[in-house]
Design a protein around this ligand. Structure first.
Ligand SMILES: Cc1ncc(COP(=O)(O)O)c(C=O)c1O
Length: 400
């Protein structure tokens, strides 16, 4: 299929898939109910395992079914399940495929919440964790033990934007009978479809690009039906269900993913290009740049890009702080993937509790700035960034 055909198909799925029409409605209404009438059919569904049998909103609702079906269509997955947050999806999925005595291989570059779950929670339940290099599938292969059950990666890591060679990683998992799980939040299914590259399960924080408007928290797990049924079974016990009203907003956001993502990708690539020739910038990290170590892999894994961008400003963390606090349009906040551009400095946010030498070793050098580039006008964004860089430069001059 030509890329153009695939794009058209994705766009139509994004708008229409999953939607439930009620009395001729053009959108799925919000089903503001905690419980549903029980019928013989529902009792039977319940008896057979309940998945996709809507009986009680702590488990699933009409609205949650709609967004689950839409995500499955977007990812090219047989099935999907929505959760109240990305962390609910991640924790429920990991607790589904890991038991006492099992072993998981993951990357220490992963999202902080996932890192905490892996290092603080799983070991308390007798689950062993080994960290490997997300850029090096062989490091995962070498870490495999007799009791290894799960291989865990992220498509693109935060905040150093390393890109995983998903096809090679999936092969490591397949060769060794492991469940392969990838967090695809940073790229979204518009840019990267891990199931087509051999992954078993794709996870998302729906809070980011899928929702797209910084007005909800959500999560997803997608994959083969038999696997998602197992995840669903544990969702009943862990209770991380997605509220119907939130699912309504999420459905609305997902319908425009394909319209928003090209602007995120175009804006971030353009800003990366301009930053890379700016005197105040030491280094720009963006997979579209040819000096990014994963430039070639990124073209294969996430060919349409994403809106994430990192750079290192001259003058260290104080300079980064001055830059960030001088911005007028770009908003200082954690999170990513919304229509509005956001900025944060890892040293006082995501990596606040990480010792400086550990930060530096991970590539989070003094002066590190991470931005989620939104869909505002590119020239307005650039003027804001240029003015911020000027303020940081002035501060440096005054200090010398
Ligand atoms: C890559 C990634 N995965 C998972 C999460 C967790 O998602 P949530 O905040 O929706 O629980 C985040 C949150 O920032 C994230 O960046």
């Amino acid at each position: 299929m030509a890329d153009g055909d695939e794009y058209r198909e994705f766009a139509t799925k994004a708008v229409h898939s999953g939607m439930i029409e009620v009395n001729g409605s053009a959108t799925t209404p919000i089903f503001r109910t905690s419980t549903y009438k029980l019928t013989d059919e529902k009792y039977q569904g319940w008896a057979e395992g309940l998945h996709h049998t809507v009986v009680y909103s702590r488990i699933s609702s009409i609205n949650s079914e709609v967004v689950s079906a839409k995500l499955a269509a977007m990812e090219g997955a047989e099935d999907a399940e929505v959760f109240s947050s990305g962390m609910a999806a991640i924790s429920t999925t990991l607790m589904t495929f890991l038991s006492k005595g099992d072993h998981i291989i993951a990357t220490n570059d992963c999202y902080g919440g996932t890192y905490g779950l892996l290092t603080e929670v799983l070991p308390r339940f007798g689950i062993e964790v080994t960290m490997a290099d997300v850029r090096d599938p062989e490091s995962y292969r070498k870490a495999i033990q007799k009791n290894t059950k799960v291989l865990y990666v992220e498509t693109m890591t935060n905040p150093t934007l390393k890109v995983c060679d998903l096809e090679s990683m999936a092969k490591v998992a397949k060769d060794n009978n492991l469940v392969s799980i990838v967090d695809n939040t940073f790229t979204s299914p518009w840019s990267c479809k891990p199931i087509s590259m051999g992954f078993d399960i794709v996870l998302h924080s729906g809070t980011k690009y899928l929702g797209g408007h910084a007005d909800l928290t959500a999560g997803f797990a997608a994959g083969r039906k038999e696997l998602i049924e197992q995840v669903f079974h544990n969702k009943i016990y862990f209770g991380g269900a997605a509220d119907p009203e939130m699912c309504y907003l999420l459905e609305r956001g997902m319908r425009t993913l394909h319209a928003r993502m090209p602007i995120h990708a175009r804006n971030s690539a353009e800003i990366a290009k301009r930053l890379s020739t700016h005197d105040m910038v030491d280094k720009v990290i963006h997979p579209s740049l040819t000096d990014h170590p994963d430039h070639k892999i990124a073209k294969k894994v996430m060919p349409r890009g994403s809106g994430m961008l990192s750079f290192i400003i001259k003058g260290g963390d104080q300079s980064a702080l001055k830059f960030m606090r001088s911005l007028k349009i770009i908003f200082e906040a954690t999170s990513l993937g919304g229509v509005e551009s956001l900025v944060e400095c890892p040293f006082n946010s995501s990596h606040m509790f990480v010792p400086e030498e550990v930060r530096n070793e991970a590539g989070v050098m003094p002066g590190f700035v991470r931005m989620s580039i939104g869909i505002e006008d590119i020239e307005d964004l650039w003027s804001d960034i240029e003015a911020g860089l000027k303020s940081a430069e002035q501060m440096m001059v005054e200090m010398t």
